[in-house]
Design a protein around this ligand. Structure first.
Ligand code: NAD
Ligand code: ZN
Ligand code: ZN
Length: 337
């Protein structure tokens, strides 16, 4: 099978021919149809974060495909079913986090395309209990971005407190942000979209943002404070400066949900203002299997639109460059069919 492999954090990925792996008793073998390119895959391939993956590894945690084989202990999915392979490859299933709806915080978790091989390949192995069925009527090319960009922002927008009567800032209208904007609208919030490219600002307008701010030429916090400030903000731009701009855009009692993970990501906060304003700053990491099932259901109902471009896995290195240069419409998806 064909797989894109990171062999060295400083070198391009290599397309390799590998043996199709055999599933362990608890695993499924998934024939990948589509695989989304999340900015996290670029951080993984570059070794950007304090906890690094170990090369060689196959990135990809927006994998969608058909179960081709299943180990004897797999009960909940069947051969022939379409499933998604998200970031949460597996968790212990027993700790307090796992049993209270916070499996994404499990200390024993593995992550697809990071600590275990992911979906930049024609086949991938996955834990039978942690793949998420893709319902009928959801195009696999849409299901791929929903499996990380969708579920992550669905969760983060909820954490930021979006509901009718609130104003929510979405900072960065890329793969994650274009879906965050749609969830904030579904939850009934007034929305402010921020980006630094003409295409993304236009996309935000097309997706129905109530206000659009161009961080290249406008002072984001000043513009949002003119509206009365944001009750919630979601930081999806890979830029430290954007975190502080989002924080400064909040009104009293507001919540900043941090999602983007730049290399050396840092946010310095003034204690006095944070205390007096009752500001909440919260980290938000992907979402649970249940969140993803809800994301798929919303899409099946026609409530969300995935903006994407199709690419070939062989072009993975050029794709990374295009994402870093801000040259893609929102999400790139490798079509492996
Ligand atoms: P992306 O490259 O598709 O989108 C980033 C967007 O931010 C682009 O539209 C870009 O133009 C915009 N941007 C850049 N600088 C900006 C600025 N100063 N102000 C406003 N907008 C700006 O990336 P993505 O795939 O959406 O991922 C975003 C980040 O989220 C990455 O760091 C990724 O690793 C992280 N991520 C986190 C989680 C999580 O669970 N916390 C999950 C997935 C991805
Ligand atoms: Zn991701
Ligand atoms: Zn656990």
């Amino acid at each position: 099978m064909k797989a894109a492999v990171v062999r060295d954090f400083t070198k391009p990925l290599e397309i390799e021919d590998r043996e199709v792996p055999a599933p362990a008793p608890h695993q499924v073998l998934v024939r990948i149809e589509c695989s989304g390119l999340c900015h996290t895959d670029i951080h993984a391939a570059h070794g950007d974060w304090p906890v690094k993956p170990s090369p060689p590894f196959v990135p990809g945690h927006e994998g969608v495909g058909i179960v081709e084989a299943a180990g004897p202990d797999v009960r909940h999915v069947k051969v022939g079913e379409r499933v998604a392979i998200p970031w949460l490859a597996d968790a212990c299933g027993r700790c307090d986090y796992c049993v209270t709806g916070w499996e994404t915080l499990c200390l024993a978790q593995h992550n697809s395309g990071y600590s275990v091989d992911g979906a930049y390949a024609e086949y991938a192995l996955a834990h039978g209990d942690y793949v998420v069925p893709v319902p009928e009527g959801v195009d696999p090319m849409d299901a791929a971005p929903l499996s990380c960009a969708g579920v992550t922002t669905y969760k983060a927008v909820k954490l930021a407190g979006a509901r009718p009567g609130t104003r929510v800032l979405i900072s960065g209208i890329g793969g994650l942000g274009h879906l965050a904007l749609q969830y904030a609208r579904i939850f009934g919030a007034e929305t402010v979209a921020v980006d630094i490219t003409d295409d993304k600002l236009k996309l935000a307008e097309d997706l129905g943002a109530d206000h659009v701010v161009d961080a290249r030429i406008q002072d984001v916090a000043h513009e949002v404070q003119k509206l009365g400030g944001a009750d919630g903000a979601v930081s999806l731009a890979v830029s430290n400066a954007s975190f502080r701009a989002a924080y400064d855009s909040l009104r009293r009692g507001g919540t900043l949900a941090l999602v983007a993970l730049p290399a050396e990501g840092e946010l310095t906060l003034p204690v006095f203002e944070t205390v007096l304003n009752g500001t909440k700053v919260v980290g938000s990491i992907v979402g649970t299997r249940q969140d993803l099932a809800e994301v798929f259901r919303l899409h099946q109902l026609g409530r969300t639109k995935v903006i994407r471009e199709t690419r070939k896995l062989e072009d993975v290195n050029a794709c990374f460059e295009d994402v870093l240069a801000g040259k893609v419409s929102a999400r790139l998806v490798f079509d492996l069919r």
